[in-house]
Design a binder for this molecule. Structure first.
Ligand code: T4K
Length: 384
């Protein structure tokens, strides 16, 4: 009989630097009395990001959603955009806020990213861009998508909210496509409490994005476009600077957690793991996903999700339902049957993974999953 965890085990917990370290950094803010509006700490954080991504073509925001909205607006994207229904709802909201029609197409079954064949089939004269998502930090099929975008002369935009620290070969994932958006929300591997980042190919976009995030101000007297307020403040930027120090360590710790989950779950009937990533991909292990096959496992994903709660384990069904099934998007016409996306959304479960999650807790979560399955099998045997 496995006892529930004494304290809740959430799907994620934010990493926090030692309190003394963050407090020390706060002293500078108290000294400066400069809290937001492109302060000195934000400028330093921006420089750190430029070094990390080896580009000057970036700008920082107060969250990823506004960053993506501003990206679409600043790039003049309009008409139809081909995108995935298997993502966090903010991806589609950013299109909606720009009065762009989302065209949902299916994903591929291994890593749940847009299926390039489906993308190509959905292009119409109104298509202006592809908005693909490196969901869970699993890279999209970047070469195939780039080829489609080039041949059809449309933009390729990545929602890379989950993909900070992911490399393809020797290149950071932001190197691919016309633009990438990263989220620095508290639930992300690399966070600034809340925050977002755009990295782009076209250097001229920086000025536009910087205007758009600061009300459109060019200087004290000139407003050159109807912008909004999407600026990051100094306390967020301070967190970002301090996160860099721990990034490698965090990714390594998560890799150990993923390895243990994989070892313990790989032979479990009805629990399907994503294939191991090709060796040229450097993962960030932001999420730990499994698919639950109801017939093989003996219990539905939803039931497993509920049963785990009884043990104080709070997994999540990222990303269920599909975006096109939310009330606010049901009126969007969807031509693709979305067969893979529907199947995955009904089976996917994201298990706890975060800095500080003990390996013994991971073992226990896997033991609970095995135990729940044994109980179902026993019940079936006893009935027959
Ligand atoms: N695109 C994609 C693909 C995204 O996934 C997201 C955000 C965006 C765009 C938009 O980026 P942002 O505008 O957020 O920068 C969470 C996050 O709020 C959201 O940022 C994230 N994706 C999404 C996948 O997950 P919820 O509603 O599931 O979060 P919540 O509050 O239920 O938190 C999950 C668990 O994390 C909690 O059970 C406990 C733990 N937690 C959470 C917070 C906020 C903590 O321990 N401490 C905390 O401060 O959406």
């Amino acid at each position: 009989m496995i006892k529930p965890f004494e304290k809740p085990i959430y799907v994620t917990r934010p990493f926090l630097p030692p309190l003394e370290e963050y407090s020390k950094g706060l002293e500078e803010i108290w000294e400066n009395k400069w809290l937001t509006n492109n302060g000195p700490i934000l400028k330093r954080f921006a420089q750190n990001l430029c070094n990390f991504f080896e580009t000057d073509n970036l700008t920082i925001f107060n969250n990823g959603t506004l960053a993506l909205q501003i990206a679409l607006q600043g790039m003049g994207i309009s008409g139809e955009v081909i995108t995935t229904p298997f993502t966090f709802v903010a991806t589609t909201h950013a299109l909606f806020w720009n009065k762009i029609r989302p065209v949902f197409v299916d994903i591929e079954p291994d890593y749940y990213t847009l299926d390039p064949d489906k993308v190509e089939a959905a292009i119409t004269p109104w298509t202006t861009a592809i908005l693909a998502v490196h969901v869970y930090g699993y890279p999209c099929k970047v070469n195939a998508l780039a080829d489609i975008a080039r041949r059809h002369n449309i933009k390729l935009i990545y929602d890379a909210a989950h993909a900070f620290g992911v490399n393809i070969g020797t290149k950071p994932i932001a190197h691919f496509g016309d633009l990438s958006m990263f989220s620095f929300h508290a639930t992300k591997l690399f966070h600034t409490l809340e925050g977002g980042l755009l990295i782009f190919k076209e250097p001229g976009l920086k000025e536009t994005f910087d205007y758009l995030k600061n009300f459109g101000f060019k200087n004290e007297l000139e407003v050159v476009m109807p912008g909004t307020n999407a600026k990051m403040n100094e306390m967020q930027a301070l967190m970002g600077i301090q996160m860099f120090k721990y990034l490698e360590e965090m990714i390594e710790e998560r890799a150990r957690i993923v390895e243990l989950y994989r070892q313990m779950l790989e032979n479990s009937a009805g629990i399907h793991l994503t294939p191991v990533m090709p060796p040229d991909i450097r993962c960030n292990h932001g999420y730990m996903t499994v698919e639950v096959d109801e017939k093989e496992f003996g219990m539905s994903r939803d039931r497993l999700y509920e049963e785990l709660k009884k043990y104080n384990v709070f997994s999540r069904r990222y990303f269920y339902p599909l975006i096109c099934d939310y009330a606010c998007y049901r009126s969007v016409a969807v031509k693709d049957p979305l067969t893979v996306a529907r199947n995955v959304a009904n089976r996917i479960l994201t298990l706890p993974i975060y800095d500080g999650l003990e390996l013994s807790s991971v073992e226990k979560i896997c033991d609970i999953i095995h135990d729940l399955q044994k109980k179902v099998v026993l019940r079936v045997v006893n009935k027959s």
